[in-house]
Design a binder for this molecule. Sequence first.
Ligand SMILES: Cc1ncc(C[n+]2csc(CCOP(=O)(O)OP(=O)(O)O)c2C)c(N)n1
Ligand SMILES: [Mg+2]
Length: 934
Amino acid sequence: MLANPETLSNLSPVHSDADPQETAEWRDALEAIIKHAGPERAQFLLDTLNQIASKSGVKTATGRHTPYVNTISVEDQPQYPGDRDLERKIKNAVRWNAMAMVQRANKGTNVGGHISTFASSATLYEVGWNHFFRGPTETSPGDVIFYQGHASPGPYSRAFLEGRLPEQKLNNFRRELADGGGLSSYPHPWLMPDFWQFPTVSMGLGPIMSIYHARFNRYLRDRGLSTTAGDTRIWAFLGDGECDEPESLGCISLAARDKLDNLTWVINCNLQRLDGPVRGNGKIIQELEGIFRGAGWNVIKVIWGSEWDALLKSDHTGALARRMAEVVDGEYQEFVGKDMRTKQEVADKMFLPYEEHGKRRGTFIRENFFNTPELKAMVSHLTDEQLARLKRGGHDPAKVYAAYKSATEHKGQPTVVLVKTVKGYEIPGEGGVGKNTTHQKKSLGVDQVRGFRDRFKIPVPDDKIDECPFWVPPADSPEIKYLHDRRKALGGYTPSRNMKFTPCKAPAREHFAGLYVERKGGTGGGDGETKGQSTTLAWVSLMLQLFKDEGVGKLLVPIVPDEGQTFGMPPLYNKVGMYNTAGQIYRPVDKGMLTEYRESTSGQIFQEGINEAGAMADFIAAGTAYSTYGVNTIPFYIYYSMFGFQRVGDLIWAAADSRCRGFLLGATAGRTTINGEGLQHEDGHSHLAAMTVPTCRAYDPAFAYELSVIIEDGINAMYVRNEECFYYLTIYNESYDMPAMPGEQVREGIVRGIYKYKTVTPSNAKHEVQLLGSGVILNDVLRAQGILAEKYGIASNVYSVTSYQMLRKDAIEVERKNRLTPDQPAGKSYVQQVLDGTKGPIVASSDYMRVLSDSLSPFLKDAKGPRLLSLGTEGFGRSETRKNLRRFFEVDAESVVIAALSSLADRDELDRKVVKQAIADLGVDPTKPAPWTV
Ligand SMILES: Cc1ncc(C[n+]2csc(CCOP(=O)(O)OP(=O)(O)O)c2C)c(N)n1
Ligand SMILES: [Mg+2]
């Protein structure tokens, strides 16, 4: 997809003009056509000419690129509506405090921080804050802004000037555990819930989230769920280096396809990333222009500041435009970043004063950029200092304003504003402007701070430079008044996150009760399984019921990548339809059938195609709408469990940070259950990854009624009781008889993670074991219970463990409390309450790695020592039948029996000979290799 940078760098759309008079005639003719016959006619003529040219072998510039100049011409530039002088003063103070925050934080610590990124983007944000970013009001949610993560000192500094953050917090930038709290390094709603809306610092996630967020706005509007969300503008600020992340550009075509003109991206093209140039050999702005135009976006380039206007106007031969196009980014970086000191001065560690540095840089630019007699003549009236001050567009509010205005007024397409800036703008000296090391610069020397102060006219006296104090203009100064007036006019302050939560009406129990009854099928299937129902189909039938619920029916947002048929979802497609901004302009091939593929502007389901990352971004938009828009949409994102945590794990982490709610459903779960699919599909570990996410509640239910109880409790937890969490449920594609819910007494255990399901006590039983089973493997554990009773006369209780994660969370909380309150009676965790006092060893089996159930081992002991022996599915999956896979991984009934007997022997409760005999009798091959080694 990426255009070849070399091609782009060499692209010189303006050629030398051999006959200016002829050119003028052609131009006049074209202008006359546009004026008298309209742009369509002009387009027709141009297309015709293009065709003729192309047939004749004439190479014309493609429609994907425009010259390396500003998209908005000076003539079309609107009047700047603000007070430039006051805005400059505000911006200078914001710049200073952003720098001071990082500088101060790193005095005596090494907590880090970034100075050079916001230095390059200050104007991009300030123009937004003064003229565009709408804040939340009583009647409007305001704009949603995805801030570039490591530019965070800028928004903090702005909020400080606005009086929204106290100095004490700024002093504790990156010191969140300090007295009184501090400021998080980057945008983290988890850590600053009234400030940041979305986490962005993991590069690429902000961009993809912003696209799906913009489309989710349309969904809220089109489905009548919000009257105001549709007005919101979504802004995303990206770095040019960030565009290399696949998540950044991978979904841009969706934004154009869905005509998301509520979306504006601003890409800060400072030509550098962390280590060096983004496209030293090419031009990132041209490359991105081609990509975005190709994808159907409106592209606005802001390359040159106003100082260049007159020069470009006098560029009658196109020599300057040609030079601008031929210089590559690596050279542009040198024009701003080259060390202008002599070798001796470098050896002496001399610091060049601002004026002197500017003068030398101007000389260098005159020599090397204006490198022909013609170009030199063009700038002969400018001094070297003036040449050094020919700014890039992103540092000129007039150019940035023009771009934002045009972007926000543009209809029918999303807009990307490609802005050229300087990284580390005006930070003098070592590690400063344009240096490859500038990204890592977190503390400045005294000379540098003084230089910065002088450049931005901050009234901090010389004797305080070392301290680098914050500086705020007096509250009654015109600039502070102006700042508040502008924010008032735009609705309020931003960033800010809505903390108000309005609960839903709890869903009616009747809609869940359908899953409490028995669902039995006959025998059949190649594996000899009975066909009752799978937990996945149980979920589909639950959704069909829940759609009818008065409180939450409309709020359910099913999301699926291209796998809905696998999950039995087509009845949902027809029932509630799939959302499409364009509706459905074709007649679906299955029209009239029960499973009709029905797309509509009021459809409820997001069918995302083969796009787990995009679907996850949907999940985040829908799962945070309770805060962003005050709409309690409840996402149910169902996907192949293997393509969840390990594929889009970082987005799941971002969802948690965003305080996102909803249900992730890892379907086709288990290492042994989607028989045939093999290594890449068989998931035996997503529950381990789920354990790493602090707000995730992960469940592995076995029966339909368990699923129903968990989902009901989940909706109530998140949307009625306002608990900050989301759910991960593994559901399987194996059909088996679903038993009826034993009774209300199991409800608590299902939610907390374990309940006793079945007891079998043969007469004269001498031994007893406790058997834990989860998900589909509970069936094998129940079979083992039968074998143990019938063949070995061993009594057992079988427990359904719906969540090892919930049990462990509870267990470590109780352990911690006991440890830190030694003077109080020790408490018991839930799993201990259930299992302490029972007899014999405990054997656990599941379709997940044994380390999952092993996580409870420290809490399951008796006088004889540890009681738990876990079986699980360590190793790679492979293509086979369920039965053979379960034997291979040693999680089947026979393996559970052997484990139970062996555990009894370990406790001296049984002769080892019995174990040996059982291995032979049950047909288990003791010489086969360990499953995790092959
Ligand atoms: C996924 C990911 N990888 C790496 C990083 C570390 N990182 C932080 S900033 C940065 C460079 C950013 O360059 P660019 O996007 O051009 O932003 P700039 O600072 O130049 O505006 C990197 C690599 C990250 N935050 N996220
Ligand atoms: Mg950059």
